[in-house]
Ligand binder design. Structure first.
Ligand SMILES: [Zn+2]
Length: 280
């Protein structure tokens, strides 16, 4: 999977080089370069965007500009994956040839692609060299790149020097599905719990963390440090555990609340000494 991530990043970089007028592209210039049409429409609740043939559909109900922009580039990455014969063959290995274009592994790669569009990793690494590796860098990078904290969270995981999982949690409605994954969401329809819950909306693992991340819609338990940080509106850091059944690796967690969200980093291994770090 790690090789797939690198391939996706490479494909995104090539598209940016070809069609963008600046380091960080606009959605319109990439769509016109690739010959994609865009339709904003009232999509089912929970579907932020989708891609059919050469048209990208965006849910006109998304009010959050940052989330919308991330979705735009997520959908472009779906297109890029499908257009690339080699990638499609390799992807089938990960999706066991199911042909499921919303398989969690594919969704994950599309998030990696979106983050690379919005926040090129080469530049991100430079920020991290200057400011250290921590959850606050998410807000700083989002502001610096005038872009999304979602992209910053995903890119932070991609450049992490240790074994680490980065997560964006949001307080809101969660689909009433027994298994918290995008795949199950699509098959169970749009049933929602009627109470807001703090839950995972995006998550990514660092290259050293061997591709385990938290499924979308994972609900954060009441006694977890992420929930405490949210309640107290204050950054917390402590020994913790990953809030997913059966995932019992010891870790430390940094939980940074901001508005309706908490940005969290689970460190499954210690960060190297900053004086001895080498960057790539
Ligand atoms: Zn998708």
């Amino acid at each position: 999977m790690d090789r797939m991530k690198r391939r996706v990043i490479e494909v995104v970089r090539n598209v940016v080089n070809e069609y963008a007028s600046a380091t960080i592209p606009t959605f319109d210039e990439i769509c016109s370069g690739l010959g994609l049409s865009v339709i904003e429409d009232d999509l089912p609740i929970g579907t932020e965007g989708m891609y059919i043939e050469k048209t990208i559909f965006l849910n006109s109900r998304i009010r959050n500009e940052e989330r919308k922009r991330f979705t735009q580039f997520h959908e472009i990455t779906h297109y890029l994956l499908e257009e690339n014969e080699d990638l499609i063959c390799e992807l089938d290995e990960y999706t066991y040839g199911q042909g499921d274009r919303h398989h969690p592994q594919i969704e994950y790669l599309c998030n990696i692609g979106a983050a690379e569009f919005l926040m090129p990793s080469k530049q991100f690494v430079r920020l991290y060299e200057q400011r250290g590796f921590n959850a606050q860098l998410i807000l700083f990078a989002a502001n610096y790149f005038k872009s999304s904290t979602i992209a910053a969270t995903i890119q932070l995981a991609q450049v992490a020097p240790n074994k680490c999982i980065a997560v964006v949690c949001e307080n809101g409605l969660v689909p009433n599905a027994s298994a918290p994954s995008q795949a199950s969401f699509f098959t169970t329809g749009n049933q929602y719990h009627n109470k807001s819950k703090l839950h995972v909306i995006y998550s990514a693992s660092s290259p050293a963390a061997s591709d385990r991340w938290l499924a979308k819609y994972t609900v954060i338990p009441d006694d977890h440090i992420i929930k405490q940080a949210f309640r107290q509106s204050k950054m917390l850091e402590d020994d913790s555990e990953i809030p997913f059944p059966g995932w019992q690796e010891p870790c430390t967690c940094e939980a940074l609340p901001h508005k309706n969200r908490v940005y969290a980093l689970f460190h499954l291994s210690a960060l190297p000494d900053p004086n001895q770090m080498t960057f790539f």
